[in-house]
Design a protein around this ligand. Structure first.
Ligand SMILES: Nc1ncnc2c1ncn2[C@@H]1O[C@H](COP(=O)(O)OP(=O)(O)O)[C@@H](O)[C@H]1O
Ligand SMILES: [Mg+2]
Length: 554
């Protein structure tokens, strides 16, 4: 440990000095002891200094005359000091500045001697850049340490007088910080002050969130990091929509509390789209909302360009109500209907349209796409973390699979609400769920989730998709949490306009590295960096880089 003090040679300082010192990636403590001086006393001091300087000048002039050279030639230092003292006096007398005595201590700590010397060398370099010097406190190391502790005592009597504006640049509180208490989660370090960013999305008016960034900028990574923190620090449930099948390794780390569900035509993990729970809706009758969902589903299956005709809608609604009758009378799992039951009911209706709908449904009931015609065989409520893998859905089932997954999530969120439990829902590759029926459902999720204790997060690289229509734009406007990583040129301009961010703020999402960007939290905007240590088990399950993923499997 070594504590040098900062010798300020420069008449003017900029606030970059402190920032650059703190940017050093070493253990460095910067300590400031600031003492204000009585204004009258300060002015008196300066006047005294000025007359000292004048006296020295006269001496020099006398010397010049005696030696026979021009008496205008005086030592340059004397000239500059005289000038500075004059300016200082003017500042104090007419510009409402005050005088402070400041001691700046910089303390380096390192495990190895060599490292320590390197660190000090780096710190000296920074000081030099700003016309200052770091001087080692020889024979005063102990006093240096005492003065660097948070005790408020200064045992180093090396002080420098500074005016208010020069002192103010050492006060780093002009950065905006975000550090909440309670169930706050880690979101990186403040890029300006290096302080931790700890935030609790539940305190936002609207906790809905977006993770935006070009591919490889770290969207999935930061979402996974948040998932880990939610898992460890809260009691909440987590659901993940995983179109790239990349969250599996992470969810497996949660042991019996995590469950990966593969949704594909050949999967043996079954989800029953007819599943309902009695808390499914806010109003008296959960069937009304469920009927909406079944209508969307049939719309997808039969739809075509015009969508369902009014007659078809009536028939489907009628059958939906009938198919749940038994379950509502005796809500036990054996009475839960499946798609096949709806199909049978449709066949029994007299209208020819009913036969049409039934025929369209057939492939999902008896045909090759019958994965969704089974009772659910996953005890979803037994696990805190659910991950829906969607990669192998295939083209035929894509939209239907996504819609059914969304409904399953809704089921879980509503059940959790009655248990007063928060549900975090992560949707990776969010742009896939912004079109057609799933798009409407996503908009609904964004509107309704908050009330039901759900916290949805969408991850996407396609900012333009988020602004595609008025309806989808709602999602954007109703997200008080935006984790913005590196952006492509075009998107940057769009976002700047949409969110009103300055060119300087934009620089944090321009060619930024993975895990660096801007955090929008309510009305706070903070640049962050998160360089996750790579030699950890956690990193190996968070990363998607093929070389690193392969490394963990070997
Ligand atoms: N905060 C971070 N710290 C360290 N490495 C990161 C961080 N964020 C991302 N990376 C690296 O970048 C890679 C790509 O990140 P990823 O989240 O998969 O990008 P995408 O934005 O496409 O989802 C990760 O596999 C990881 O190696
Ligand atoms: Mg990703």
């Amino acid at each position: 440990m070594l504590s040098p003090f900062l010798q300020i040679l420069a008449p003017e300082l900029t606030d970059r000095l402190l920032a650059d010192l703190l940017d050093l990636n070493d253990a460095v403590t910067v300590n400031l002891h600031i003492q204000s001086i009585d204004q009258a006393q300060a002015i008196r001091n300066i006047k005294r200094k000025m007359s000292d300087l004048q006296k020295m000048t006269i001496e020099e002039q006398k010397k010049a005359v005696r030696s026979g050279y021009d008496m205008d030639i005086i030592p340059t230092d004397l000239a500059t000091y005289g000038e500075e003292a004059k300016n200082l006096l003017q500042d104090l007398q007419s510009r409402n500045e005050r005088m402070f005595l400041v001691t700046v201590l910089v303390e380096n700590i390192a495990a190895k001697r060599q490292k320590l010397f390197n660190d000090i060398f780096a710190a000296s370099g920074v000081a030099q850049k700003y016309n200052c010097a770091l001087k080692r406190l020889d024979y005063q190391q102990e006093q240096g340490l005492m003065s660097s502790l948070a005790l408020g005592t200064n045992q180093i009597e090396i002080e420098r007088g500074l005016t208010t504006s020069s002192t103010a640049i050492f006060v780093p509180f002009t950065t905006c910080e975000l550090f909440q208490e309670g169930e706050a989660l880690y979101y990186g370090l403040n890029a300006l002050s290096n302080n931790l960013i700890m935030a609790n999305r539940k305190t936002l008016k609207n906790p809905n969130g977006l993770f935006l960034g070009t591919p490889g900028s770290g969207k999935s990574f930061s979402a996974k990091r948040e998932i880990v923190n939610v898992f460890l620090l809260t009691e909440d449930d987590i659901i993940i929509a995983d179109p790239e099948n990349e969250y599996g390794p992470l969810v497996q780390q949660f042991g019996s509390q995590g469950q990966v569900i593969d949704i594909s035509p050949t999967s043996t993990n079954y989800i029953n789209p007819m599943d309902i729970n009695l808390d499914y809706s806010d109003d008296e009758n959960p069937i009304t909302l469920k009927s909406d969902f079944i209508l969307s589903l049939c719309d997808l299956i039969i739809g075509g360009k015009e969508g369902l005709s009014p007659i078809e809608r009536t028939i489907i609604d009628r059958c939906t109500r009938l198919v749940y009758r038994e379950y509502l009378q005796d809500p036990c799992p054996e009475n839960m209907p499946i798609l096949g039951d709806l199909y049978e009911l449709l066949l029994k209706q007299s209208e020819p349209e009913a036969q049409n709908i039934a025929t369209a449904l057939e492939i999902y009931v008896n045909g090759s796409l019958n994965v969704f015609n089974h009772r659910s065989n996953i005890q979803m409520d037994q696990h805190r973390v659910l991950c829906f893998q969607l990669k192998s859905l295939g083209k035929a089932l894509k939209e239907i699979g996504l819609l059914i997954m969304q409904d399953a999530v809704w089921n879980r969120v509503t059940a959790n609400r009655s248990k007063h439990k928060t549900t975090w829902f992560y949707i990776d590759e969010f742009h896939l769920l912004l079109k057609g029926q799933t798009g409407s459902f996503s908009v609904e999720i964004w509107k309704r989730f908050r009330k039901w204790g759900g916290i949805p997060s969408g991850l996407t690289q396609n900012v333009k998709d988020l602004l595609a229509s008025r309806e989808i734009e709602n999602i954007f406007e109703n997200s008080d949490f935006i984790y913005m990583l590196n952006q492509a040129q075009g998107d940057r301009q769009i976002l700047a306009k949409q969110l009103g961010i300055s060119p300087h703020q934009l620089s944090y999402v321009t060619h930024s590295g993975p895990g660096e960007g801007l955090l929008f939290f309510g009305n706070v905007i903070i640049p962050f960096v998160d360089h996750f240590p790579k030699d950890t088990l956690l990193y190996s399950v968070l990363t998607t880089r093929p070389d690193e993923v392969a490394g963990t499997k070997a």
